[in-house]
Structures are given as structure tokens and as C-alpha cells.
Ligand binder design. Structure first.
Ligand code: KG4
Ligand code: ZN
Length: 341
């Protein structure tokens, strides 16, 4: 079965085609992605109305590109998937509208997918060189610009929330800290680059909820502490103090993420950890998770680096896995919905 997937929840338009394989992990046939990051950078964040309009401009050319790469026609597609939410309502409506209209025109079913399920299952697209697909059960650490969650995953569609952020997401902590240091948007990657040349112990920053005993996170207080330290550096901080502050900020965020992810492995006895979402690209996070998991004789799985951030492949994949596991129920019949929250 061939699944065409659309992602348009935030500032990337993604389209991809995935094929199920009997008894195996679905295979990525073609994908195309357009990032609006440069457009939103001028405003220091995503402007929802501009995001929706740009999705409209990009989505059909991207779909044509994917079908051209695949080398066969839309008539051979069995299911059309789209991100139902969470995300920006107007942006979601573009992908959902196109997907459901296409499905109706082709007489094929359409399936709405939860954006986080896409992230959570994205490591199944890892090639053998990239560590291969994980086996169930596993613990998933979802760390993106909008979410920070630890989930226990028993199988496709069988997810239990173990803990989550009570305020800001980890990516938000990276982005907001980066913004106040003047690093632009989205600042996570820029902050982690600057941190390479800094001392992570230079500033004493809080590790919120580190010893809370549960698996929840909190990053709002950290951002305030970073702001206070940044102010103390004066109006024109030198490059080294700024690099030190970046390194200290990154260390504080990573310390908490690593401690809680390892705690989740310990308390559940799971031997596999899946890390997904944009922050999963962070090098320090990867190094410390790998080292910590090895001490617990557990393995860490990551999606291919290009699939850490939002993309259509993870949405097509999640739909293909649902289809394979008999979970493609709730298929829309003419009507469709998006769930921003
Ligand atoms: O998953 P994603 O693309 O979009 C959401 O669904 O939110 O994640 C984007 C987030 C942003 O906050 C970005 O700053 C962060 O991931 N990010 C990073 C890195 N690469 C992306 N944060 C820290 N280090 C990185 N290398
Ligand atoms: Zn995402």
C-alpha cells in the first residue's frame, strides 16, 4: 500500500510518499520539504497568517515533485494522510484541505494523524547505517519547539504519557534564551553552535524539577534566570561571556532532559529510548543520552537527522503503520477536522 502524507502544522510544508512492506517497516519512496524559516526570521518568530499563505503557495508544487520522484501516478496511491494537529489552525487547514480534497477526487480514504505520533514513530525511517528501526516497547522522549514529553510506547497507537512540561517546551527554552542573547530565530541550533566554544559551568543556572521525583519538566524559570545573567553582562557582552552563557544554558536544559529520560528507563525497565523532535538534533543531548543509556544497557534510537524537525515523511509513515496495524479507522468521508490544541 502506498501512502501520501502532508505536514503543514507550523512553518514547514512537507509532502512524502511511503510504501508498506508486509512484515517489515514501511519504506520512504519520495519526499519534499519547504522550510519557511527564513521568511519568519525577520519577525523573530512564526507569523501564523504568513505561514498559512506560504503553505498554500508550496503544497501543490511539492506534491507534484514527490509524485515525479516516485515515477507513478496519484491513481496508485491508496491512502492520503495529513497532520490533524496540534499546530496553527490556519496552517493545519491547508494540508488537511488539500489532502481531503485529493482523497475525494481519487476516491481514496484520508487519515488525520497526530503530529506527535509522527515525531514519535520517525525513528522507524532510520536506515541500517543510522541504527535501524527500534523494536517495541520503548520510551520516547519528544522534544520539539512546542512539546516536551516522555511516553511509554508499547506498539503503534499504544502510548502512555509518563511526564511532560508544565510550562515551556525544551525547544522554546532554547529559542527564547537564544532570542534574548540576540541569536535570531529559531535560535536552538545557533545557541548550540555558540555553546561549542563556551564553558558549560561558567554560570550557575537552575535545573528545574530535577529532583521532583516525577517525570515532568519546567523551563519557564530557566529562561528568567538566563535573562538575569544576560543583563548582568551589560549592553554589549563580549563573545566569550556570551558563549559561556550559551553553553551554561544548553547544559541546564540537557541535564534535565537526560536525567528524566534515564529515570523513565529505570522506572519502567525499558531497554530502548527513542528521541524525536527538533531538539533531538542537539549534539550535547545525544552524547549524554548515549552515555547514560549505555550505563543502563539501553540503546538510543534517533530519526535520520533530516527527519528530526517537521517533515511529511513522518506523517506518511505514521499513517502507513496505522494502516498495517488495522488502526486506520476514523477515515474521513467528505468531512474533515483539524485540532490545533
Ligand atoms: O520538531 P520541530 O522542528 O518543530 C516543532 O514541532 O516544534 O522542533 C523545532 C525546535 C526549535 O525550538 C529549534 O530551536 C529546536 O527544535 N532545535 C534545536 C536544535 N535543532 C533544532 N535545539 C537545540 N539544538 C539543536 N541542534
Ligand atoms: Zn514537530
Amino acid at each position: 500500500m502506498k501512502v501520501l502524507g502532508f505536514e503543514s502544522s507550523c512553518d514547514e510544508t512537507g509532502v512524502a510518499l511511503v510504501e508498506t512492506r508486509p512484515g517489515g517497516v514501511p519504506r520512504l519512496l519520495a519526499e519534499a520539504l519547504y522550510s519557511q524559516v527564513d521568511m519568519h526570521a525577520a519577525y523573530g518568530g512564526v507569523v501564523p497568517e504568513l505561514a498559512s499563505r506560504d503553505h498554500i503557495r508550496r503544497v501543490l508544487p511539492l506534491a507534484r515533485q514527490v509524485m515525479a520522484q516516485a515515477g507513478f501516478g496519484l491513481a496508485e496511491v491508496d491512502l492520503i494522510a495529513y497532520t490533524r494537529g496540534p499546530g496553527l489552525a490556519g496552517a493545519l487547514l491547508v494540508g488537511a484541505g488539500v489532502a481531503v480534497a485529493l482523497a475525494a477526487a481519487l476516491g481514496k480514504p484520508a487519515l488525520g494523524i497526530h503530529h506527535l505520533e509522527g515525531h514519535l514513530l520517525s525513528p522507524f525511517l532510520a536506515t541500517a547505517e543510522e541504527g535501524g528501526a527500534p523494536e517495541f516497547p520503548f520510551i520516547a522522549l519528544l522534544v520539539s519547539g512546542g512539546h516536551t514529553q516522555l511516553m511509554q510506547v508499547e506498539g503503534v497507537g499504544r502510548y502512555t504519557l509518563l511526564g511532560e512540561t508544565i510550562d515551556d517546551a525544551a525547544g522554546e527554552a532554547f529559542d527564547k534564551s537564544a532570542k534574548l542573547m540576540g541569536l535570531g530565530y529559531p535560535g536552538g541550533p545557533a545557541l548550540s553552535r555558540l555553546a561549542e566554544g563556551g564553558n558549560p559551568a561558567a554560570f550557575a543556572l537552575p535545573r528545574p524539577l530535577l529532583h521532583s521525583g516525577d517525570l515532568d519538566f519546567s523551563f519557564a524559570g530557566l529562561k528568567t534566570a538566563v535573562m538575569t545573567q544576560h543583563r548582568k553582562l551589560g549592553p554589549a557582552p563580549g563573545p566569550q561571556p556570551l558563549a559561556d552563557l550559551a553553553a551554561s544554558t544548553q547544559a541546564a536544559i540537557v541535564d534535565v532532559l537526560v536525567a528524566k529520560a534515564l529515570k523513565a528507563l529505570k522506572t519502567t525497565g525499558a531497554r530502548r529510548l527513542v528521541v524525536a523532535g527538533g531538539v533531538g538534533a542537539n549534539r550535547r543531548l545525544r552524547e549524554q543520552l548515549n552515555a547514560g543509556a549505555a550505563r543502563l544497557r539501553a540503546r538510543v534510537h534517533y530519526p535520520p537527522l533530516a527527519l528530526c524537525t517537521d517533515n511529511g515523511a513522518m506523517i506518511a509513515l505514521a499513517a502507513a503503520l496505522r494502516l498495517q496495524h488495522g488502526l486506520a479507522e476514523g477515515q474521513t468521508e467528505g468531512a474533515f477536522d483539524v485540532r490545533p490544541r
